[in-house]
Design a protein around this ligand. Structure first.
Ligand code: PMP
Length: 309
């Protein structure tokens, strides 16, 4: 599978232009204050069908529109326009491989952190291959010394660029201290999520994840896993608060997200999770997730939108 670097085309303000020619104002609120809302959308290449499938576009656009509303941006793009822009730019790049698409609505022009507009958008596809599940040894995570942002300050439900400073603080601290990533606690002291992912644990064969009110993003992968586990794997799923120490004594821990897919966590705060290897349920979920996003699960083709005619 080839990874494309040069000559990438992006969609900006209704036009498809080479990445090098796409410019935004350095004094814009997006550039200075992270005043943008965005989605990271995966499209998976199905070799047999010679088709590229975008995964759960409707849900991504619903969340993007919700982010715009919570961020007090005026309505600008219809779901159809959001979708057509993505299709046009991916087709223009002729991608026939797994990609991620960054679709970002931002406050453009010369302005301050409270400017309302002008509102603009870019859509940028980036080649991204899927994680090699066999090679993955599992991640070593720490509980971050940084608290997860909450709905009372910077809501984690708004997928706004500025929120990722909280993620950056946690991730950089984790790397500095020799871990692969971090897990946040929320302002109630309960397990929240990772810097760019949601979290699941397995205890006694049951799949447990923090509730939507635990200072988490309303993750599309989390929702996908809850449905696949319940409907296909017949695993009991529970949405409830998780204590930090439960991470030390549970059978499996994994993080999930559109970019990360499913990634086992085998060590938390230096304490080995179970036997220190990827757990069976994590593996099963990884497998069915990849089958689903690549179009090999008939029941879930409703979640896929073909890019090419
Ligand atoms: N939490 C955060 C903070 C994230 O940035 C992401 C990635 N978008 C997720 C969770 C996972 O969300 P999704 O499954 O929709 O990609």
């Amino acid at each position: 599978m080839k990874i494309r670097n040069g000559n990438r085309l992006i969609w900006l303000d209704g036009r498809i232009v080479p990445l090098q020619e796409a410019t935004i104002n350095v004094l814009s609120p997006t550039s200075q204050f992270g005043a943008n809302v965005f989605e990271g959308i995966r499209c998976y290449w199905n070799e047999e069908e010679q088709q590229l499938y975008a995964f759960r576009l409707e849900e991504h656009y619903k969340r993007l529109k919700n982010s715009m509303k919570m961020f007090r941006m005026e309505e600008k793009y219809s779901i159809e326009e959001l979708k057509q822009g993505l299709i046009d730019v991916v087709r223009a790049n002729e991608y026939k491989e797994d990609i991620q698409v960054r679709q970002t609505v931002f406050i453009d022009g010369f302005g301050t952190w409270s400017s309302k507009g002008p509102i603009n958008m870019f859509i940028a596809p980036i080649a991204k291959s899927r994680n090699d599940l066999e090679k993955s040894k599992g991640m070593k995570c720490c509980i971050s010394s940084w608290e997860r942002i909450s709905d009372r300050n910077l809501s984690p439900k708004v997928k706004v660029g500025a929120n990722y400073i909280n993620s950056r603080m946690a991730q950089m601290e984790a790397l500095e201290n020799g871990y692969d990533s971090a897990i946040f606690l929320n302002n109630q002291g309960k397990v929240s999520e990772g810097p760019g992912s949601c979290l699941f644990i397995v205890r006694d064969g049951k799949l447990i994840t923090p509730p939507m009110t635990a200072s988490i993003l309303e993750s599309i992968t989390r929702d996908t896993i809850l449905k696949l586990a319940k409907e296909q794997l017949k695993i009991e799923v529970i949405e409830r608060d998780i204590d930090r120490t439960e991470l030390y004594i549970c059978d499996e821990v994994f993080l999930c997200g559109s970019a990360m897919e499913i990634a086992a966590v085998t060590n938390v705060d230096g304490i080995v999770v179970s036997n220190g290897e990827q757990g069976d349920i994590t593996r099963e979920i990884q497998k069915i997730y990849i089958e689903t996003v690549t179009g090999n699960m008939k029941n879930y083709k409703k979640w896929l939108m073909p890019i090419y005619d």
